[in-house]
Design a binder for this molecule. Sequence first.
Ligand code: PNS
Length: 162
Amino acid sequence: MRTAVYPGSFDPVTFGHVDIIERASKLFDTLIVAAMVNREKMPVFSVEERILMLKKVTAHFDNVKVVKFDGLLADFARENGADTIIKGLRAISDFEYEFQMAMVNKKLNRSLDTVFLMTGEKYMYLSSRVVKAVGSFGGDLSEFVPQEIAGEVAEKLLSRRK
Ligand code: PNS
């Protein structure tokens, strides 16, 4: 049984993330989507909100679990029986940082490898930051986040401006 972990802030989850989840779920027996509590980044959505949204948009994948994580990813992977980290790469500019993180994670957990999946070409431009920027001005989010969560994402982002 191969288990992989797909970690991130998911603040909020986008179509780009769902595309990576769908493709990674076909490569592994179990995929754990791990939402980072993230003390450094001051997320807009609480970790509970991010997890609920992730659960809604991944409900149709049988082998995907969504969990919260806080601490080192290398430890989380070990504790959860995962030997692979999944990361999405949008552009070469993502690579340098991700390459460094992959090496740090390998130093901390020798049995852990990082597998990079290229972001689907439809989603190269898309990030949670773009969603937050557009949503904060009341822009249409239908191209960016799944319909199941579009209403709550739009409402929260607009309410923060008031
Ligand atoms: O979606 P993001 O914000 O790019 O995700 C970043 C994340 C959560 C994958 C990264 O910050 C992370 O792995 N955090 C856990 C702490 C850790 O293990 N850091 C690596 C050693 S410095």
